[in-house]
Design a protein around this ligand. Structure first.
Ligand code: ZN
Length: 671
């Protein structure tokens, strides 16, 4: 029987539009799945969307939609993005689908029949954002998870006997250290479980957007129990046809972000134990993707959309960057500068350049046929060193990738690229090509064979990460369809002599400086729009504390205001004040930006403004300006901008600062 492999992304909560954080998880799973398939493993890769819960119900209401309309829209955005990116998922599960609902109810019945569900009463504080009952002092007290105000609820609930699983879970973690990775997350979970598990409320009766509890439809099933079950319902659990379930469950890897570790490592195995079902083999938690040091979140306005990068540099660039730049498991930083730098250095000038120079020389000197490397007499130690390094690279890459150390695996493969580059420079095939004597021809043949074979090996290894470019290089090497290659057999010396090369074309056009600016502009233009449709939302119950944006506040936006208009209440949210510029200076490396210190009466703020081309810094000192004082701070070129300066900006013209014809005291509010 062939080996099987089942990998899942978390299902993404549809209260947020897809952004690069979702893309990161999905790309990691896609690369793993692609590589498993290349190794001949029977692979199933699942992703999907999580669509129930009070947050969705409220967001839909605020947007004047039904919850189903809202979830249909956002779910299809996720799916369209994955399709555009060529993500090779085998199934896309939605928690509002009939097959999922049926499966969740089947799981509920099974746990209930095994005696682990009972009815009880709950009175206490509830965090709508986290969809969690929390220990908080009383009405309105902040949620200990996210800092938002909690609501007091009193309801009759079904409870899951989580307390019965404390020791079983601890035994699981002790007996299977690989169950939770990395180690830091494992330790957190163990200490959480050791501190004591209380029974878990697993139904809600205060809202209706969920899956009805079997035989008691006044209640809907707790959104996390609903969501986690997707990993088995997608395989047909609870349906007539359980062939996929029988074949693929238990999952080999649930890939998740670190903020949902508890749900996956405590609740999910406990539910499965209670149902008497096999447990997943491993849960792998990655870190957060930060944007210039701060966590991406809608309220900070620093979310980067994947589409921007796809439009400008293409999907391979994004995939390579995320897996190479970030040490998997730890938090990593995203910036356009770093993206373009890696793209140029490692893709365009690295692999791309190695491919084009090697293949071009074979075309020129050997009429496009892979030449014969010479036997012993014409061989140099450097040729064998490349062969040895390539063999070692295959072994190291495989070992690192299997441990999800993508960054180090790619670093290893690109070490081979660098070694071959150096080898080519030192052996000067272009000089050998000028000579016609037999010995020079033999040397030339050996150098180009060695380079092409190393190129083939890097291409095969990197295919799971950068599928488009490697497929092109593979076909330019005359090897046909890379997806048919059996990666498990990869070794030095497989490139057949006399192989006819395909047409040689560059695979990574070099990117100029303007790429950074174009991407930043696209993001700046996309951002207000994204915020406008955001309604009552943040991403999954995961964000760092951010009390200033609460679901209640957003949900209060009246749905009846005509398109394109805002109510006076909305305008009143914008705190504009008269400020006086105290300090103004250019920002190093940014032609358009000035760093200002502006006195608002009560405090002095640092504001970074894109007005350097219109105003010399010294002309601004002492000038009165209008500042939007309650904007969420954002970072520009590493500088925090705490507020925005108001200017008239004609399309293509220079910005003109708003000012007053009469004197106004500093700190005065505009309304
Ligand atoms: Zn909360």
């Amino acid at each position: 029987m062939t080996e099987k492999f089942y990998i899942t992304t978390p299902i993404y909560y549809v209260n947020a539009r897809p952004h690069i954080g979702h893309t990161y998880t999905t790309i990691a799973c896609d690369a793993i799945a692609r590589r498993k398939r290349m190794l001949g493993v029977n692979t199933f890769f699942l992703t999907g969307t999580d669509e129930h819960g009070q947050k969705i119900e409220r967001a839909a209401e605020a947007a004047g939609k039904t919850p189903q309309q809202l979830t249909d829209e956002v779910s299809s955005e996720f799916r369209a993005l994955w399709d555009r990116m060529g993500i090779t998922y085998d199934d896309f599960i939605r928690t509002t689908s009939e097959r999922h609902k049926r499966g969740v109810q089947a799981l509920w019945r099974r746990i209930r029949d095994n005696g682990y569900i009972y009815k009880g009463h709950y009175t206490g504080q509830y965090c709508v954002f986290d969809e969690l009952y929390v220990d908080a002092a009383g009405p309105g007290a902040p949620c200990p998870e996210c800092g938002r105000p909690t609501e007091t609820v009193k309801e009759e609930n079904y409870f899951f006997k989580l307390s019965a699983f404390q020791q079983k879970l601890l035994d699981l973690y002790a007996g299977h250290p690989e169950f939770i990775r990395p180690e830091t997350r494992r330790n957190e979970v163990i200490s959480f479980v050791r501190s004591g598990l209380r029974d878990l409320s697993i139904s809600r009766s205060t809202f209706s957007w969920g899956i009805p509890v079997p035989d008691d439809p006044k209640h809907v099933i707790y959104v996390w129990m609903d969501a986690l079950s997707n990993y088995i319902t997608a395989l047909g659990y609870g349906s007539e046809d359980t062939r996929l379930y029988d074949q693929f469950w238990p999952a080999d890897v649930h890939m998740i972000g670190k903020e949902i570790v508890r749900f996956h490592c405590v609740y999910w195995p406990a539910f499965l134990m209670a149902a008497g079902l096999p447990l997943p083999k491993g849960i792998v938690a990655h870190g957060w993707l930060l944007f210039e040091e701060s966590k991406m979140s809608k309220s900070r306005g620093n979310i980067v959309r994947s589409e921007t990068i796809l439009d400008v540099l293409g999907q391979d660039a994004l995939r390579y960057f995320l897996l190479r730049e970030i040490v998997f498991g730890q938090d990593g930083s995203f910036s356009f500068d770093a993206l373009v730098q890696r793209y140029n250095a490692e893709l365009a000038n690295g692999l791309g350049n190695l491919a084009s120079r090697t293949l071009t020389m074979i075309t020129r000197y050997f009429q496009g046929e892979v030449p014969y490397p010479s036997p012993a007499a014409a061989r140099h130690a450097a040729d064998d060193a490349i062969a040895t390094l390539a063999t070692r690279t295959i072994a190291e890459f495989n070992a690192l990738f299997d441990q999800y150390q993508f960054s180090r695996a790619l670093e290893t493969a690109w070490g081979l690229v660098a070694a071959v580059d150096k080898y080519i420079v030192e052996n000067e095939p272009w000089s050998l090509g000028e000579k016609q004597d037999e010995q020079s021809r033999a040397r030339l043949a050996t150098v180009l064979y060695t380079s092409a074979e190393a190129l083939r090996i890097v291409t095969a290894l990197a295919h799971a990460v950068i599928p488009l470019a490697t497929a092109k290089i593979w076909s330019q090497l005359g090897l046909g369809d890379i997806s048919k290659f059996d990666l498990s057999k990869l070794k030095w010396g497989q490139l057949k002599l006399g192989t006819r090369l395909g047409k040689v074309d560059p695979v990574f056009p070099r990117s100029d400086k303007s790429a950074i600016e174009r991407m930043q502009n696209m993001e700046d233009q996309g951002r207000p729009l994204a915020t406008a449709v955001a309604v009552a939302t943040e991403s999954q119950p995961q964000s760092a504390p951010n009390p200033q944006v609460t679901t209640q506040a957003s949900a209060a936006t009246p749905a009846t205001v005509p398109d394109g208009k805002i109510g006076i209440d909305d305008f009143a949210k914008v705190d504009m004040r008269v400020g006086q510029v105290k300090v103004a200076e250019k920002v190093k490396g940014a032609e358009k930006l000035l760093r200002l210190e502006v006195d608002l009466g009560s405090e002095v703020r640092q504001v970074v403004a894109g007005i350097a081309e219109a105003y010399a810094p010294e002309t601004l000192i002492g000038r009165k300006v209008v500042i939007v004082a309650n904007l969420v701070p954002r970072k520009l070129r590493g500088l925090e901008s705490n507020g925005m300066i108001v200017a008239a900006s004609a399309e293509g013209g220079r910005p003109v600062l708003a000012t007053f014809a009469e004197d106004v005291p500093v700190g005065t509010r505009l309304k």
